[in-house]
Design a protein around this ligand. Structure first.
Ligand code: RTP
Ligand code: MG
Length: 194
């Protein structure tokens, strides 16, 4: 490649990163404005990590599962298809490391691609877990994801963070900052958040 062509390509890359940085900065400004507005109303935004697990992706239920969270009003701030590696799976389920089901749980999560989503909204942790349903699908309420599509605990379709702290930690474990559009201004926000 000629020196001039290389310089021109580098200029384009720099211009593109400047643009995305500006965009990211603007998104953050919008984010802090909208979060302030919500705090003023007394509603706290929470962040949760959702994993559409390998069985759900393999069964073609990804769209249906995403649809349920979107329809509920939770805002997607990050989403990707990925293959979880063993180290990340073990870190994610570290709290269960001593449990007998830990090895099979890790094998399950790394067995095929998953879709991960970071969602934001009022009471996002509890809302998402209610949408997912009880851990054992046989005990999950009809209308929940596990209650409608699952039978066994080791094939329970979706993960949702179990606390505000874990929601933040897990989102950061699965996404880097550039992959998250935290607090982007969704036009319908005022019809979902009071
Ligand atoms: P998740 O973390 O995947 O969203 O599920 P959860 O909060 O409803 O349940 P948790 O207690 O965190 O368990 C994590 C996953 O481990 C598997 N499990 N197997 N055989 C068993 O007794 C057993 N218990 C849990 C499940 O796949 C569960 O989702
Ligand atoms: Mg859990």
């Amino acid at each position: 490649m000629s020196q001039r062509r290389l310089t021109s390509n580098l200029a384009n890359v720099t211009e593109a990163s400047r643009w995305s940085y500006t965009f990211f900065e603007r998104a953050c400004i919008i984010s802090s404005q909208s979060q302030n507005r919500m705090r003023q109303k007394g509603n706290l935004l929470e962040r949760t990590l959702i994993i559409v697990k390998p069985d759900a992706v393999q069964r073609g239920l990804t769209g249906e599962i995403i649809r349920r969270f979107e329809a509920r009003g939770l805002k997607i701030i990050g989403m990707k298809l990925m293959q979880v590696d063993r180290a990340l799976a073990e870190r994610h389920y570290d709290v269960h490391r001593e449990r007998p089901f830990f090895p099979s749980l890790v094998e399950y999560i790394i067995s095929a691609p998953v879709v991960v989503m970071a969602l934001e909204g009022t009471d996002a942790i509890a809302a998402a877990r209610a949408t997912i349903g009880a851990t054992k699908p046989s005990e999950a309420a009809p209308g929940s994801i596990r209650g409608d599509y699952g039978l066994e605990i080791g094939r329970n379709l979706a993960h949702g963070s179990d606390s505000v702290e874990n929601g933040k930690l897990e989102a950061a474990n699965f996404f880097n900052a550039a992959e998250l559009c935290g607090g982007w201004a969704r036009d319908v926000d005022r019809w979902v958040f009071e």
